[in-house]
Ligand binder design. Structure first.
Ligand code: IMP
Ligand code: MG
Length: 180
């Protein structure tokens, strides 16, 4: 029988089991290790809240000296992007001249990542790339290149592995897709 979870008024069915998520993260980390080896102390910048689980899993596979830090950017409520993006908070004075890897849970329309990149560029980093666990290519409307994407998914609403439905479901080890 299909594995399901119910959060408030919605039911979700298993879409991406943990083993598959883990494999995709290990492969992504291998690419990042290859590209950043020898560069001066890159800084991984996790975007809270959604990236916490991906960040933890990714960082365990990173093999070069690096720093990490977290920022927060809230743009979402319920199951549809509001299109409104609020302020970037928590950015410290350690961005100028650094190689930055922004760590996101998911890139959907791209509103959030676009806003965050604009704020970051103003702080004059040496380079900025995006690493996201999930990417919805069919929903993406921006031009920011998404260099490191672990898993591309269709345009469905999902929860688990850090992603929420009204703040619920972030703790789920697997990723679940909404049932219509
Ligand atoms: P964007 O600005 O449209 O790219 O949306 C980015 C943010 O919306 C993500 O960081 C998530 O917090 C949230 N989001 C987008 N799609 C989903 C989803 O399928 N499930 C849960 N949250 C999502
Ligand atoms: Mg997010």
């Amino acid at each position: 029988m299909e594995k399901c979870v119910t959060l408030k008024d919605k039911t979700f069915g298993l879409a991406i089991p943990y083993q598959q998520i883990h494999r995709a993260i290990v492969e992504l980390a291998a690419r990042i290790n290859e590209d950043y080896r020898g560069k001066e102390t890159p800084l991984f910048l996790g975007v809270l809240n959604g990236s916490f689980m991906f960040m933890a899993e990714l960082m365990k596979e990173i093999e070069f000296a690096c720093e990490m830090s977290f920022v927060k950017l809230v743009s979402y409520s319920g199951t549809k992007s509001t299109g409104k993006v609020s302020e970037l908070i928590g950015l410290q004075d350690n961005v100028a001249g650094r190689h930055i890897i922004v760590v996101e849970d998911i890139v959907d329309t791209g509103e959030s990542i676009d806003h965050l990149m604009r704020s970051l560029v103003g702080h004059e980093p040496a380079s900025v790339e995006v690493a996201t666990l999930l990417f919805k290519p069919a929903a993406y409307k921006k031009e920011v290149p998404i260099k490191y994407s672990a898993i591309s998914i269709p345009n469905d609403f999902i929860v688990g592995f850090g992603l929420d439905y009204d703040q619920l479901g972030r703790n789920l080890k697997d990723i679940y897709k909404i049932k219509q």
